[in-house]
Design a protein around this ligand. Structure first.
Ligand SMILES: Nc1ncnc2c1ncn2[C@@H]1O[C@H](COP(=O)(O)OP(=O)(O)OP(=O)(O)O)[C@@H](O)[C@H]1O
Ligand SMILES: [Mg+2]
Length: 238
């Protein structure tokens, strides 16, 4: 039996059919500000604090200090995790230069014995390369390292278009798992929602469920129906 890597995010593991299969790669897509980075960091932080599974968080755009400060608002002390050798936060430098082998990443994964990796975000990662060939080689190399090291990986991605007319990209098909965060809207009301589209090998709950960002982080409500559906009998999702 494959091991399920628990996200520890309230309500989410139930939706995923137990968690993320060990060594799998999952894409979390959604529009700006929906909570992709929060969810991804919470996955890493919970891994360290609840499951003793060290993690690597790769940020392409945001500064490392900003991430630490932002996490602090949820009460997550990332500095302490880094000092204890359980967390490494890396910037886009690891993909720059001539190191196509991504040796720095490999070394850090080995050094802290990482079990979880986040790439935030795949969309911005794609912008790092002028040449399509270099971009593809880097992503393939990245995925190869994840598979070889048995790291369970989350990649965030920007999602364009609305839920009824999704623009699917190669990464949606390449990944083992896919979940979408999106806004459900009716008149002046907006609510965050999640749709677990696929987790290869798991019996998922693929119904649309509400999500909230609280002072403790992301919370999923696997037994509740989005308020727009309850109150208004099914609103157009956008
Ligand atoms: N305590 C809180 N309560 C409610 N919402 C919060 C709280 N803290 C942060 N947020 C919200 O979380 C959202 C930011 O989430 P996050 O940075 O994860 O989004 P994102 O999907 O990664 O966006 P982007 O695509 O721009 O990177 C913001 O909209 C912010 O308002
Ligand atoms: Mg983000």
């Amino acid at each position: 039996m494959r091991k399920e890597i628990k996200t520890g995010i309230p309500g989410l593991d139930e939706m995923l059919g137990g968690g993320l299969p060990e060594g799998s790669v999952t894409v979390i897509s959604g529009p700006p500000g929906i909570g992709k980075s929060n969810l991804a960091m919470q996955y890493i932080y919970n891994g360290i604090m609840q499951y003793d599974e060290p993690g690597v968080y790769i940020t392409i755009e945001e500064g490392i200090e900003d991430i630490e400060e932002y996490a602090g608002k949820f009460g997550w002390n990332l500095r302490a995790c880094e000092n204890n050798g359980k967390l490494a936060i890396l910037g886009r430098e690891i993909f720059e230069g001539t190191d196509m082998d991504l040796g720095i990443l490999k070394d850090i994964i080995n050094k802290i014995n990482a079990k979880r990796v986040v790439l935030d975000s795949l969309t911005l990662f794609n912008y790092l390369f002028k040449e399509e060939t270099a971009r593809r080689l880097h992503i393939l190399r990245f995925l190869e390292i994840m598979k070889k090291s048995r790291c369970t990986t989350i990649m965030t991605a920007e999602q364009q278009g609305n839920l009824l007319d999704i623009q699917y990209h190669a990464e949606h098909f390449l990944s083992d798992g896919l979940m979408m965060l999106f806004w459900s809207r009716y008149k002046a009301n907006n609510e965050r929602c999640v749709w677990v589209v696929k987790i290869r090998g798991n019996k998922i709950n693929s119904d649309i469920r509400p999500v909230k960002i609280t002072n403790e982080g992301v919370v999923v409500y696997p037994k509740e129906v989005p308020f727009t559906l309850v109150k208004y009998g099914g609103a157009g999702f956008s």
